[in-house]
Write a protein that binds this ligand. Structure first.
Ligand code: SG7
Ligand code: ZN
Length: 261
């Protein structure tokens, strides 16, 4: 079986439930969004992010993703509105990506897999701390942004991708300061929302997902940079960090709502 979870045959998503039974729960993520089953909800208000560039701290490679960490000791970078009640604090962002452009996202839209998916993870401070929030159905809100390879790449992704050369291998960390992640959002604020889980063990079912309809574009070069990360440590055999996405989970009667028609 698995020693530590991962995305390989021996320790991948099909094994996670052995150590993390929640992985077989009724509200797991990701799911496929089917336009024909989505409910347009006129009561869904727009969402707003107000992020403090000074909250950005470090970027790191943990062997499973690359992650940017933010100071969340007070309400300095917050997400409000949309399906949420109150302000949720930004804790970190990270990405999931594939080994080729035709897959890599976790959520799938009408059968379409994107090349990558960016997740901005926020938590509800009414639960005291992040660990407490994970135990509550309204504990966490994740904004998902799809990345597709295209001709008008978003220069805003550059900051993160430039830094990748400094965190090539597992365990590497570099300072990452003065960064407002709202520069990564697409023009349209349209979104889908549903209740689900973390897409990694222990797969707690505490997430209000807010998935943005409009993807952002990255260049082939930028995708290549992401794929140049390694899941091995510095003095270990080279093993590319790619395909760090969980496959689709059963919807089990959940309703996906859309802010748009
Ligand atoms: C990534 O996705 C990491 C995890 C994150 C996980 O593997 O960014 O974060 C850490 C601290 O390793 O797990 C608890 C948590 O944030 C799952 O997040 S996701 O559901 O948005 N994909
Ligand atoms: Zn994620």
């Amino acid at each position: 079986a698995q020693s530590v979870w991962g995305y390989d045959k021996e320790n991948g998503p099909e094994h996670w439930h052995q150590n993390y039974p929640m992985a077989k729960g009724d509200k797991q993520s990701p799911i496929e969004i089917n336009s024909k089953d989505v409910r347009h909800d006129t009561s869904l208000s727009p969402w707003h992010a107000s992020y403090d560039p000074g909250a950005a701290k470090t970027i790191l490679n943990n062997g499973r993703t690359c992650r940017v960490v933010f100071d969340d000791t007070f309400d300095r970078s917050v997400l409000r509105g949309g399906p949420l009640t109150g302000a949720y604090r930004l804790r970190q962002l990270h990405l999931h990506w594939g080994s080729a452009d035709d897959h890599g996202s976790e959520h799938v839209i009408d059968g379409v897999k994107y090349a990558a998916e960016l997740h901005l993870v926020h938590w509800n401070p009414k639960h005291g701390n992040f660990a407490g929030a994970l135990k509550q159905p309204d504990g966490v809100a994740v904004v998902g942004v799809f990345l597709k390879v295209g001709k008008t790449p978003k220069p805003e992704m550059k900051r993160i991708l430039e830094e990748i050369d400094n965190i090539k291998t597992k365990g590497k960390e570099a300072p990452f300061q003065h960064f407002d992640p709202s520069i990564l959002f697409p023009k349209s604020r349209d979104y889908w929302t549903y209740h689900g889980s973390f897409t990694t063990p222990p797969c707690e079912e505490c997430i209000t997902w807010i998935l943005l309809r409009e993807p952002i574009e990255v260049s082939p070069d930028q995708m290549a940079r992401l794929r140049s990360l390694s899941k091995n440590g510095e003095n270990e055999p080279m093993c590319p960090l790619v395909d760090n996405w969980r496959p689709l989970q059963p919807v089990k009667g959940r309703i996906v709502r859309a802010s748009f028609k």
